[in-house]
Write a protein that binds this ligand. Structure first.
Ligand code: ARG
Ligand code: ZN
Length: 859
């Protein structure tokens, strides 16, 4: 923690294969929260010359033996243990200890609510014992856990339970053996007071599996949805990818203190409680959907991540991009309809454009396969994950479902049991399809969002329609010039009253012309359908054509895209909605054939962060007020329709989180928002009634959010009602905090002091990442008008909290640090204050994590 140190920069091109193999490891833990002793016996084999360098951090070394003899020929420092003059084959025994109780980084072995958990990806195993802690070292693990029986009745690790029994002094033990060699980042152990929900599962090929979800006793009644999601995931992977569960037992464990969403440890997934626990009274429709998708994601890693893993961490997207693509397809298939698929696609694209596009245009921009990093934890990004998934999706579009599956089949045939690279994956896709991937690989090596510009020309006489398409990609850190990308654009020419076919334009050149013949009248262009490529499209399509697409396009994604484009243009240029646009909205509202979820997405205006990206320089207050004003006009002009929509989408049947009902609730609650927006005094009572009478968290939370954000006179009572009802339920309280932290400033002006007050609440816990995110990250990253207050107090709050958090949990702090990523884009007064806060931060001793983010932002 010293800024005078030059940070180590790791380079992809410096990859070196390990000079030793660890064929087997036997680990024995004596679990004690103050001091846990780890005895590790490694069966090792020399692969190349040199000393053995094992990683180890925050450990106390007790002793080393080679082939059962005490060994002294080594050196140890705060990061590495170097052992010299080792033979060809040997057993290395290492005794060391660590302190789970004081581990607030939540990496390695730590304590949460008196139970033990681990998180090893990416480099947490080195905080447990000295090891070749890199993903290309695959080892068979046998693990013995010793612990007090009253305090830790349940003892879990990866693989199969092969032995358990009693020890002296009230201790007991369990031995677990994982039959599959794995890298250390997939190791896990759990010990504590937990209860289990169990199911049997019979695979396609007839083998019997035990499925378990382990949680604290008070949470057991909220595990059903996660179990159903797990069963759906297993079924889906068998059906769509032909991949079966390979272990006799598959376990999920929930923990309340967790840095990320979840972790795919072999056979023993560890989850943030947020992605396991749900019932209708405490979880929203979105929570139910997220649980399904995260359970799927971690389960799918068993093949894409565990059976075939990454050679090094620069290849992270090999497993993450592919697995996100798989979980997106899983959720889309489970929506059960074409329109459900579109809804899922729109949600994914919204996330990409709101979060990944800004990242790709900012100081942390990196290719999905980065070339360098200072701290790997900073590269678990929307680029590696979501853009990575888009790149896999483009391969799927170019090769088709059959070709893509041929590629997957070859991938497992060639690489099962190996640690490989993104190039290896792409080679399988290419070889299985005679696909030339030479140009496609730029999606892996180049950062930045490509911009595609389109000019169209219709020749009345020759009956030809010509598209002039060009691409550029802005410079990104260390990459000033880019080679052209291979961009698949799903396209269709629409002519009122005529049928036509969709076709694929493969844009490969910087400038490319597409000439279409025998086109009888000027068509309306529908391009990048389904968002077939993750690009920014520059195409000046007149509003009447966009309205036609909104009304008529048979690609529902592009209907949504058309209305979003109109809304963005209008908001950014302060143009009131035209009469034809209002009519378009009205028609959408009244169309009985359309999915309510789809309607809700059409009405939802583009996020402020997405609007920011479309401006040269941003005044966040102006953008905020323009959006608020525009929304208000839509509310007022369609007031009767909103009232009708609210009534029409009330659900009489008992709560179910299924996609259709969830869509109805989303639309109904959107209508309620528009009602309150246009006339708070008249409609706030309806919201308060909904809150008091509903039987589910979705409707309760929607009403509460509106009452609080619109500063209704019912707000205080409603907040209190929520608090009384859910006191003691952490996940529910996170929502209670987040509503208040995301409140845009209204008449009351600045809200920074309210956020500072929230931090003083007795339920605020700076050591719990979920709680911290619900207050601090929500305010700094999800409340643009509140955060970007002209006084700069929002930025001061940011400074204070990055610094405070960094002393507790660098990963969580580094994520918050990124709230000022785009500081250069803001108008001068904002920019100046952000800049000074960034510089001030750098004068403190900082973790590698935060330092990398701040240094890059200032570069
Ligand atoms: N592999 C996990 C997932 O995507 C994420 C773990 C990231 N952990 C971390 N400390 N950066 O499901
Ligand atoms: Zn993942």
């Amino acid at each position: 923690m010293n800024n005078l140190d030059n940070p180590t920069i790791f380079l992809r091109e410096d990859y070196l294969a390990p000079n030793f193999a660890i064929d087997q490891v036997y680990l024995e833990f004596s679990l004690n929260p103050n001091k846990t002793i780890v005895k590790s016996t490694l069966h090792m084999r020399r692969l190349g010359p040199g000393s053995l360098v094992l990683k180890g951090e925050e450990l106390e070394l007790i002793s080393i033996a080679v082939n059962q003899e005490d060994y002294r020929d080594f050196e140890v420092n705060s990061k590495e243990l170097t052992v010299h003059h080792l033979p060809e084959v040997f057993d290395l025994e290492i005794n060391c200890s660590n302190q789970p109780n004081i581990n607030s980084s939540l990496m390695g072995l730590y304590v949460s609510n008196d139970n033990f958990f681990t998180q090893c990806e990416a480099e947490g195993f080195r905080k447990i014992t000295y090891f070749l802690d890199q993903p290309d070292v695959l080892t068979k693990f046998t693990v013995k856990l010793n612990a007090s029986k009253v305090d830790y009745p349940v003892l879990l690790s990866n693989g199969n339970l092969i032995e358990e029994g009693e020890l002296n002094n009230g201790w007991h033990f369990a031995v677990w053996e994982d039959p599959f060699p794995k890298p250390s980042y997939l190791f896990a152990l759990v010990a504590g007071k937990l209860e289990v929900l169990e199911r049997q599962y019979i695979t396609n090929s007839g083998s019997k599996k035990l499925l378990q979800i382990w949680v604290e006793k008070k949470d057991l009644s909220r595990t059903k949805h996660a179990m159903e999601s797990l069963i759906h995931s297993i079924e889906w992977d068998e059906k769509r990818f032909g991949l079966e569960l390979d272990l006799e037992r598959f376990m999920i464990v929930a923990v309340g203190d967790f840095n990320m969403g979840a972790m795919e440890n072999k056979g023993l997934n560890i989850f943030n409680t947020k992605y396991v626990l749900a019932d209708q009274h405490t979880a929203t429709d979105i929570d139910f959907a997220n649980i399904e998708s995260v359970v799927g994601h971690e389960y799918f890693h068993n093949w894409t991540g565990n059976r075939v893993t990454c050679r090094d961490w620069f290849q992270l997207s090999l497993k993450e991009g592919l697995t996100v693509f798989r979980d997106q397809e899983f959720s889309a298939d489970l929506m059960g309809s074409d329109s459900g698929r579109t809804v899922k696609r729109i949600e994914d694209v919204r996330l990409l454009r709101q979060v990944q596009f800004p990242e790709d245009a900012g100081p942390m921009a990196h290719p999905i396969r980065p070339d360098s990093y200072q701290e790997i934890n900073n590269f678990y990004t929307v680029t590696v994950y979501e853009k990575g998934a888009e790149v896999v999706r483009m391969l799927h579009t170019l090769l088709g479902e059959t070709g893509f599956m041929k590629g997957m089949k070859l991938y497992f045939a060639r690489h099962d049991g190996q640690a490989v690279t993104c190039d290896d994956f792409l080679a399988c896709m290419a070889d299985a399809n005679q696909f030339d991937a030479k140009q496609f690989q730029y999606w892996y090596s180049q950062a930045g969002t490509p911009q595609v510009s389109i000019k169209e020309q219709y020749n009345e006489v020759a009956k030809t329609y010509t598209l002039q398409i060009s691409q550029t990609c802005p410079p990104t850190p260390n990459q000033s010039v880019k080679a052209p990308f291979h961009i698949p654009l799903k396209t269709k020419l629409l002519v009122p009253g005529q049928a036509s076919d969709e076709f694929l334009i493969e844009l490969k050149e910087t400038e490319q012309q597409v000439v279409l013949k025998n086109i009888q009248t000027k068509p309306i262009l529908s391009i990048n359908r389904d968002f077939s490529a993750p690009v920014i499209l520059n195409f000046d399509q007149p509003e009447n054509e966009l309205l036609f697409l909104f009304d008529q396009d048979d690609n529902a994604f592009n209907r949504w895209e058309a209305i979003q484009k109109i809304a963005s243009n209008n908001i950014l240029n302060n143009i009131a909605p035209s009469d034809p646009l209002i009519e378009g909205y009205r028609k959408l509202m009244l169309d009985p054939t359309l999915d309510p979820a789809f309607k809700e997405l059409c009405f939802t205006l583009p996020a402020e962060t997405y609007l920011h990206e479309q401006l040269e320089t941003v005044d966040p207050q102006i953008v905020h007020h323009a959006k608020v004003h525009y929304q208000n006009v839509l509310g007022v002009r369609l007031i009767n329709e909103w009232e009708n929509l609210y009534e029409a989408n009330l659900i009489a049947s008992p709560y179910s989180p299924n996609a259709v009902d969830a869509g109805k609730r989303a639309l109904k609650n959107f209508a309620l928002k528009m009602l309150l927006d246009s006339n708070l005094a008249k409609f706030e009572a309806i919201a308060f009634e909904q809150l008091k009478n509903c039987d589910n968290m979705t409707d309760f939370l929607a009403a509460l959010t509106l009452l609080v954000h619109y500063e209704s006179s019912f707000a205080a009572e409603a907040l209190n009602l929520f608090y009384q009802r859910h006191q003691g339920n952490d996940l529910a309280l996170d929502k209670w905090f987040a509503i208040q932290a995301s409140k845009p400033p209204k008449q009351s002006g600045k809200i920074v002091q309210d956020i500072r007050k929230l931090k003083l609440h007795s339920d605020f816990k700076m050591r719990n990442p979920n709680r911290v995110r619900s207050v601090i990250h929500t305010f700094c990253m999800n409340n643009p008008a509140g955060f970007h207050d002209a006084s700069g107090e929002g930025y001061e709050f940011w400074y204070d909290n990055v610094l405070e958090l960094d002393g507790i949990n660098p990963q969580v702090a580094a994520r918050l640090a990124r709230a000022l990523d785009r500081w250069k884009k803001f108008d001068a007064p904002y920019q100046a204050i952000m800049h000074s806060q960034l510089e001030k931060l750098l004068t403190n001793p900082l973790s590698n994590d935060v330092k990398e983010v701040i240094q890059k932002a200032l570069n």
